[in-house]
Design a protein around this ligand. Structure first.
Ligand code: AKG
Ligand code: FE2
Length: 292
């Protein structure tokens, strides 16, 4: 599970093996201490911009039960006043994540959903397990491998701003479940049986977890002494959009303040003439006939 903290220039063979095998990857130390500080400071200065997660019902008397909703979310980070928006804008096409996304999805991917910040405090209930294990192919959440190349549908990048220790709860996955063929049973959804198939991920601030949305995942009730805090970016191949709501086909004016790569991430889904982001952060437009 260990990424090489010294080298984010490419997704190395160990990381490819682990992501293909497990459907998720932990990259240690992806963010520098100053980046973690800037993100935490921005959140601390905007504590009024939060809302409770609507608690999923039906958790009474299950292992996921808790005293309060699973998360408090922050929202609108990309358009907060300067300097608070900047550390979030800087994550959009962060140079350390580019090789991972280019390898997992192929070049040409985009942000899906709004960026999100999850926080949980002690007593927060868990989140039922979910993922693509319905036994049916879902074209937006999938994992495929062919001829040396991996391809993924929706992937989630979780940038951790606080530590997660063993026994704290939070993100828990079923390694390998991105390749599951049978529908997920309720004893998995509610973490009721077969504890041996679940893997809780322990993390340090600055670590990144990337998981394929087709990998069965959920959250155990938060029991950590500290707040759980992580920034979530969801990315999807260039031809798709997953989240509902109002859909803008023209980039809003404030995006003029962004770099070319950051704007490319926010473009709507299309193929022809799209800016693709190279592993080194440069953008290129490739003729369609050259493939991707
Ligand atoms: O990390 C968590 O608590 C679960 C998040 C989740 O389900 C997701 O990002 O898709
Ligand atoms: Fe999820």
């Amino acid at each position: 599970m260990l990424g090489d903290p010294e080298d984010f220039a490419m997704m190395n063979d160990r990381e490819k093996y682990l992501y293909d095998l497990q459907g998720f990857l932990v990259v240690r130390g992806l963010l520098a201490a100053e980046e973690i500080r800037a993100l935490n400071d921005a959140l601390d200065a905007n504590l009024d911009k939060t809302s409770d997660h609507v608690p999923p019902g039906g958790l009474e008397n299950t292992a996921l039960e808790g005293d309060k909703s699973p998360y408090v979310h922050f929202s609108g980070m990309l358009t907060w006043d300067q300097p608070w928006c900047q550390p979030f804008r800087d994550l959009l096409a962060h140079k350390n994540i580019l090789p991972y996304l280019n390898t997992m999805m192929g070049r040409g991917w985009k942000l899906d959903h709004n960026i999100d910040v999850l926080t949980s405090t002690p007593g927060a209930q868990g989140l039922p397990f979910h993922g693509n294990s319905t036994g049916m192919f879902a074209g937006s959440t999938y994992y495929m491998y062919d001829d040396g190349r991996m391809r993924s549908g929706l992937v989630v990048c979780q940038f951790y701003l606080t530590d997660v220790n063993d026994g704290d709860g939070g993100l828990t996955v079923i390694p390998g479940s991105h390749k599951a063929n049978f529908a997920m049973p309720d004893y998995v959804r509610y973490y009721e049986d077969h504890p041996e198939i679940f893997h809780h991920i322990s993390l340090k601030a600055g670590d990144l977890v990337i998981f394929n949305e087709a990998t069965t995942h959920g959250a155990l009730p938060w029991k950590g002494k500290n707040e759980r805090r992580c920034v979530l970016h969801r990315y999807i191949p260039k031809y798709m959009h997953y989240a509902g709501g109002i859909y803008e086909t023209r980039l809003p004016e404030w995006t003029e303040e962004l770099t070319e790569a950051q704007r490319a991430v926010l473009e709507p889904p299309y193929i022809y003439g799209r800016s693709l982001i190279e592993d080194d952060g440069k953008t290129v437009v490739r003729p369609h006939r050259e493939g991707f």
